[in-house]
Design a protein around this ligand. Structure first.
Ligand code: ATR
Length: 274
């Protein structure tokens, strides 16, 4: 192929586990884009320098993963509204004037994957578990889908209260796990519990035979959360691999102006993981 190759990368620490290079390379093949996408391991205190060097080299766009999303938010000179609300940035690019732009595509990825699974949030009672950065990143897009109600449950209720206070006009409240009332239409696990093979202390009555259960984490097998929900009679369980692919598709569309066939690429990844 003629001409220089456009370069993109994911920055994180650790980063070796990241599926972003595989996903974006499949997207590039799918859409005939002449680009390269790599993974860059960045020192914990070296993020700003790494970002500066990347763009000074003429490279075009970055995906940002743990633990740099908040720092990326601070570095960005222009932020989209959804990134502003998320308090975190997972997508960086530079414009012709050299201004650094930041966006957050995580929430859009979650909503797109829920839709792919025939889940429409409108008028649903939604329970979200956890009150860290992962949950904050998806709250605004979830609320924009007009649920009847969103309840955030967290072990440390004060953190859930702080998130609720960001949305004074919306039907959202905080709760301790043990005070949760009734059954929900959709339960989204945004805690870090699955990373440690743990299950949040979710009361059984919150899950019914029509409840959709979504773990924002994914694993090669079933996650602890999804296994618990399935054995407690959930209507449907989904993991976060689809969200990962969809948030990447949103980034790719921002950078390249073309949208890849994310469903086909998710199928390929699933086959690769079994
Ligand atoms: P992230 O940026 O990935 O969201 P974080 O900001 O450290 O990470 O937040 C982790 C979230 O997972 C928190 O809501 C945490 O609950 P607390 O605030 O009460 O600590 C939640 N979490 C982690 N392990 C958990 C477990 N075993 N059970 C329930 N919640 C858990």
């Amino acid at each position: 192929m003629a001409g220089p190759v456009d370069c993109y990368a994911v920055m994180g620490n650790p980063v070796a586990h990241s599926k972003s290079p595989v996903i974006h390379t499949l997207f590039a093949d799918d859409t005939d884009q002449n680009m390269r996408y790599s993974a860059i391991l960045v020192d914990i205190d070296g993020f700003q320098q790494a970002v500066d060097e990347f763009f000074a080299n003429g490279d075009l766009g970055l995906s940002i993963t743990v633990p740099f999303k908040q720092e990326a938010w601070e570095l960005a000179q222009r932020r989209t509204f959804r990134a502003e609300r998320a308090g975190a940035v997972n997508t960086l690019w530079q414009d012709e004037q050299g201004l650094l732009h930041g966006d957050n595509t995580d929430g859009a990825g979650l909503i797109a994957d829920l839709k792919n699974n025939d889940i429409t949030i409108k008028d649903m009672r939604v329970l979200i578990l956890g009150a860290g950065g992962a949950v904050r990143g998806v709250l605004d897009p979830v609320l924009n889908e007009q649920p009847a109600e969103v309840v955030i449950a967290n072990r440390t209720v004060a953190k859930a209260d702080a998130l609720v206070s960001l949305f004074p006009e919306k039907p959202i409240s905080a709760s301790a796990y043990e005070n949760l009332q009734g059954c929900f239409d959709l339960v989204i696990n945004g805690t870090a519990a699955s990373l440690h093979g743990e299950m949040p202390p979710l009361p059984e009555h919150t899950i019914g035979h029509r409840t959709g259960c979504y773990d924002m984490m994914y694993a090669s097998g079933e996650t602890v959360f999804n296994s618990w929900c399935r054995t407690h009679g959930a209507g449907k369980t989904m993991d976060g691999l689809g969200m990962l692919v969809e948030q990447a598709a949103e980034q790719f569309a921002l950078w390249r102006g073309v949208r890849p066939d994310s469903t086909r690429i998710l199928d390929l990844l699933r086959k690769e993981m079994v």
